[in-house]
Structures are given as structure tokens and as C-alpha cells.
Design a protein around this ligand. Sequence first.
Ligand SMILES: NC(=O)c1ccc[n+]([C@@H]2O[C@H](COP(=O)([O-])OP(=O)(O)OC[C@H]3O[C@@H](n4cnc5c(N)ncnc54)[C@H](O)[C@@H]3O)[C@@H](O)[C@H]2O)c1
Length: 373
Amino acid sequence: MPVIPVKTPSASYNVTIAAGLLQTLESRLKKLNPGKPLRVFVVTSPEIWGLWHKSFLASFKEAPTVLFLPAGERHKRLASVESLAEQLSHSGADRDSILIAFGGGVIGDITGFLAAIYMRGIRYVQVPTTLLAQVDSSIGGKTGVNLATGKNLIGSFHHPQAVFADTNVLATLPAAQLRAGLQESLKAGVIYDARLFRYMEQNAEAILAGDPASLTRVVSASVRVKADVVSKDEKESGLRMILNFGHTIGHAIEAATNYKQLLHGEAIAWGMIAALNVASARGTFSAKEADRVTNLILRYGPIPAFKATAKNLVALTARDKKNRSGIRSFVLPTAIGTTEIVRDVTEPELTAATESMLSLMHRQTTPTKKRKS
Ligand SMILES: NC(=O)c1ccc[n+]([C@@H]2O[C@H](COP(=O)([O-])OP(=O)(O)OC[C@H]3O[C@@H](n4cnc5c(N)ncnc54)[C@H](O)[C@@H]3O)[C@@H](O)[C@H]2O)c1
């Protein structure tokens, strides 16, 4: 069973990945908190609980208190945190209580933030149920909620005590969610782990079909990338920025489509293609390799098309939270598995790269309907 350590100056914990972990949670929590009575509060959504509560409850002698939050990014707001905190308080949660975030990235980010501020900070555990949450959002301690003006603008760093990623739960994940999460794994391969990239290239069919062994391997390798990067740079002062590969244009696409049309991983997929265009136009990444990566990104699609102009998208990158003093930081691959961070990508360069991504999109796909968030 892969157990991957995360070791940062402020916290050390393990990410455990295996099929069937849900049924073993209570003993794992006891091991993490020896000698203390367990007072467990679960934050989840009605859909996830409906699908998985039997497995989740299997190991608990005394059923934990369950707090529900409706699914969807639009509930990732301070109001949800306040309402959950009130419920915790009414249910008698104290500083020794433990929260479990049982859901995708939205539940994970909200629960982590709730744990960071409830009674000035309590312990929590991540039990991620989407692929994106298993390979990315549950690890690294970034928690928070959105403001009307932008995503994740309020939050804090608060690491979980542990992450338990049960790959069985991916079986009920909608196919588009699985593919969007796989784009995050491709990102991990391109920026840090050429072996993971090759594995995803050579085993695309099995992975896309949801073969449990192949998925466990992809999840483990992707977690290793995130855990390693976060361990080396907890607060994103250097290396951790490489995790933002594809995010400059990806975030602009999400903003241009009001966060409703594409899943996060899908927007990042187009963003990675735009970034690859910048790198190959500069000659810092070979055009042949850029095509190879682009083709694999498309293979893990279909990635929905959207309506926006290159000018509009580039204008939106000026609002990127990652900009420092108005200068864009850009993550560009130099080879599969390694990247560089550059700060001199000009507007015309970015516009040209975005235009060529958009023309590829028009050749590949047809626009999809608006998705509910
Ligand atoms: N903290 C971080 O470091 C970090 C990193 C990346 C993304 N994020 C955040 O993650 C969020 C996106 O997370 P997400 O993609 O997991 O979306 P999500 O949490 O909205 O989940 C997507 C949908 O899948 C459903 N679902 C979840 N698990 C399921 C399962 N096993 N079976 C069936 N349905 C299931 C959910 O109910 C929801 O409708 C964003 O808010 C983003 O900002 C955070």
C-alpha cells in the first residue's frame, strides 16, 4: 500500500493510497490520536454520503456526526463556513474534535479552512473522493473559500493530520470528472516526473477505462509529485510555483466562462497547451515534444470548447493571483519532467500562443452547454 510522506516545516503527515481504505478509518484515526477519545465530525455532500456512507461507517463503533454541504463551487463561500461552524458548536465540537473532509476539492478546501479557524484551529483529516482531490487539493494544506471577485481569495495554510485516498470511490465519479483529474496527473508528469508521463502515454486506454490497478499507480505517482514539491517549498516561494503549469491561461478561461462551463482540470488542459505553445515558440522546449504532450492532453479529453478571444484571455491573466507587482510568472517545460519559471513572457507572445491554442480547439471540438456548478 503506497504511503507517501509530506514533510514541511509546519507539519508532517502521510498520504495513504489504497482500495478499501474507507472501511478502515476508525482504527487509522485512533492510531493518529492515541489515548484520546475520538470525537469525529464529517463534512460531506448528500450525494457523496448517499453513495458511500455504508463503507464509510463500516469501521466506526460510534457513528460520527455528519454535517452536509450542497455540492458545487458556488457553495465554497464564507457563509458555508459560518453555517458549518454554528453546527459544530451546536453539536458540542471542541478543540479535541476531529473533522473529516469527505468529498472533492470543494469540501476539502472548506473543511480545511473550517478546521483552521474553528476554536482557532482543530485537527482534520482528508478523505478525498474525486481524482483531483486525491492527486492535488487534499495535499499541501492550502484551504479557503471564494469571494465574488475571485477564487480562493480567503484562506489559510492548515495541513491535515493525514490523507486517506481510497481509489474505490473513483468508481462512481462521472467520466468527465475522472478525465479532468487525469489532466492534473498529466501536469504532474510534465513538470516533474517523466516516468509518470510515459506510463500515462503507454497505458492511456486502461487508465481512461478506470482500471483500478492503473488508476492506483497514477494516483500514487501524482501524489508523490505533489508531496515532494510541497515538502520542498511549503508556502510557494519557489519550487511550488511549478504546480501552476497551465494555470495562467487556465484561470483566465475559467474566469471568461464564469467558472461554469469547464471543469478546473479541463481549463488547465487548454492552459497547458497554451503554455506549451509559448515554450516551443521560444525554442526552450522542442516542437516535437510539445506536440507529443499536446496529443496526450487531447487523448485524455475530450476537452470542451468555449467561447473567448485570445485578447480577452490575455487581459484576464493580468488579474492572476500569482502575479507579483504586475509581472506574470510563467511555468514552462524545458523537457518532459522538468520546467523553468520565467517572468518575461510578453503580451504579444502570450497572445500568439493563446491564438494557436484556440485554433487547435476549433479544429478539435464543438462548444458544450453550460455546466451547473
Ligand atoms: N487546496 C488546493 O491545493 C487545491 C488544488 C486544486 C484545486 N482546488 C480546489 O478544488 C476544487 C475543485 O475540486 P473537485 O474538482 O474535486 O470538484 P468538487 O469538489 O466540486 O467535486 C466535483 C463533483 O463531483 C462530485 N463527487 C465527488 N466525489 C464523487 C464520487 N466519488 N462519486 C460521485 N460524485 C462525486 C461532487 O459532489 C461534485 O458534484 C476547486 O474549488 C479548486 O479551487 C484546491
